[in-house]
Design a protein around this ligand. Structure first.
Ligand SMILES: *Cc1c(COP(=O)(O)O)cnc(C)c1O
Length: 341
C-alpha cells in the first residue's frame, strides 16, 4: 500500500543533491570553528537575512531557547502569543532553563494586538519582573500556517524600539511566509533582532535550524549552544544539506502552497470536510470535520488504515501539511481516498 505522510513537513527526506553533497562536503570540528561547510552555511544564512552572523543549531527548539537566553536574564518576563510554539510545544524550556516568565497574549489567528503588547510591557516597579523580550511566530503554526501581516510586524517593531526591547522571530517557516507574501526574506527579517528558521521542514534538510542576528548576540548564542550540548563536531555533513535548502529548496515551497490549495479545494467538495480558504496562506491545512459523526482521532486512524497519515487537532479538526515528498499526483490520489472514507 502506498503511504502518504501528511502529518508535517518535518517528514521530508533529503534530496538527491543533498545525499551527493553529504559525501563530498569538506568537514572539520565545528566546536573549533573548523568546519568549512558549517561556516559556509552560517555565512549564507546571515547574508540571506541581511544580518551580521548566524549559528547552526540542531533543532528549532534549541534555537528559540538560545535566543530567549541570549536576550534575557533569569527572572525577566517575555511576551509571546498564547498558541505560539515556544509557549505550547517547547516543554516550558523558556521557564525551566532560561528562567523567564512567559506572558502569553491571545492573538487572532496568531496575530497579537500591538496595543495589548504595549500594555503588557512592565513599568519599573520593585514588585514587577522586567520585560525582556517580545517573541513573534511567522508563519504561525497553530493558526494553520497563517502569515503575520507586515503592518503588524512594523507596529510591534515600533513598540519594541520605543521601550528598547529586543524582538525574536520564531520563523520555523519564515521562508513560507516570504513565498506567500512574494517578498524578500530580508523584508521580514528587518523587523527582528534575531530570527530562528528551520532547515528541516519544507526546506527538506534532514536535521538543523539557523539562528541569525547581530555579531555580539551570535557570540553569546554560540556559548549557550555549547552549554546546552548543541556543539556538534563534523556537522558539515548536515550543514551541506542546509546550504542546498537555502540555495535550491525555497522554490519548492510555492509548489507546496499550490498543492495545499488543490487539496483544500478538493476537500471542500467532499461532504463533511471543510477548509476555510481565507485562512489558507501556506502549506498547513486545518480541516474541520464538525459535520462528520466521528472523532478526529478515529478519523485519523481510518485514514491511516488507507495509507494517509494525518494529525488530529482537537476533536473537530484534522491537520494536513503538504511538502516535497507528496506530489500533485499523490494529492489527487489522497482526495480519492478521502472521498471513500
Ligand atoms: C517546528 C517548529 C519549531 C521547532 O523546531 P524543531 O526543529 O522541531 O525543534 C519551532 N517553532 C515552530 C513554529 C515550529 O513549527
Amino acid at each position: 500500500m502506498k503511504v502518504m505522510d501528511l502529518r508535517s513537513d518535518t517528514v521530508t527526506t533529503p534530496t538527491k543533491d543533498m545525499y551527493q553533497e553529504m559525501q563530498v562536503a569538506p568537514l572539520g570540528d565545528d566546536v573549533y570553528g573548523d568546519d568549512p561547510s558549517v561556516n559556509k552555511l552560517e555565512a549564507l544564512a546571515a547574508q540571506n537575512l541581511n544580518k551580521e552572523k548566524a549559528l547552526f543549531v540542531p533543532t528549532g527548539t534549541m534555537g528559540n531557547l538560545i535566543a530567549v537566553m541570549a536576550h534575557t536574564r533569569p527572572g525577566d518576563e517575555i511576551i509571546l502569543e498564547r498558541n505560539s510554539h515556544i509557549f505550547l510545544y517547547e516543554a516550558a524550556g523558556a521557564s525551566r532553563i532560561a528562567g523567564v516568565q512567559p506572558l502569553a497574549i491571545k492573538g487572532i489567528d496568531g496575530v497579537m494586538d500591538p496595543k495589548e503588547v504595549e500594555e503588557s510591557i512592565r513599568e519599573e516597579n520593585i514588585h514587577f519582573p522586567t520585560t525582556g523580550l517580545i517573541c513573534v511566530e511567522n508563519t504561525h503554526n497553530m493558526a494553520g500556517g497563517m502569515v503575520q501581516p507586515m503592518e503588524n510586524l512594523q507596529e510591534l517593531r515600533a513598540i519594541a524600539d520605543q521601550y528598547k526591547l529586543p524582538m525574536h522571530l520564531d520563523g520555523a517557516r519564515v521562508f513560507n511566509a516570504a513565498v506567500a507574501l512574494d517578498c524578500d526574506i530580508k523584508e521580514i527579517a528587518a523587523h527582528f533582532d534575531s530570527i530562528m528558521f528551520c532547515l528541516s521542514k519544507g526546506l527538506s534538510a534532514p536535521v538543523g535550524s539557523m539562528l541569525v542576528g547581530e555579531e555580539g548576540f551570535i557570540e553569546r548564542a554560540r556559548k549557550l549552544r555549547k552549554m546546552l550540548g548543541g556543539g556538534m563536531r563534523q556537522a558539515g555533513i548536515l550543514a551541506s544539506c542546509g546550504i542546498l535548502s537555502i540555495e535550491q529548496m525555497t522554490v519548492q515551497l510555492s509548489v507546496d502552497h499550490q498543492n495545499a490549495q488543490i487539496l483544500s479545494k478538493g476537500l471542500n467538495k467532499i461532504s463533511g470536510f471543510s477548509v476555510n480558504l481565507d485562512k489558507m496562506h501556506t502549506n498547513i491545512i486545518n480541516v474541520s470535520i464538525k459535520d462528520r459523526n466521528i472523532s478526529s482521532e478515529k478519523l485519523v486512524m481510518e485514514m491511516k488504515a488507507k495509507g494517509i497519515l494525518a494529525n488530529a487537532r482537537g476533536k473537530d479538526y484534522i491537520r494536513l501539511v503538504t511538502h516535497k515528498d507528496v506530489t500533485l499526483e499523490d494529492i489527487h490520489y489522497a482526495l480519492k481516498i478521502m472521498e471513500s472514507i
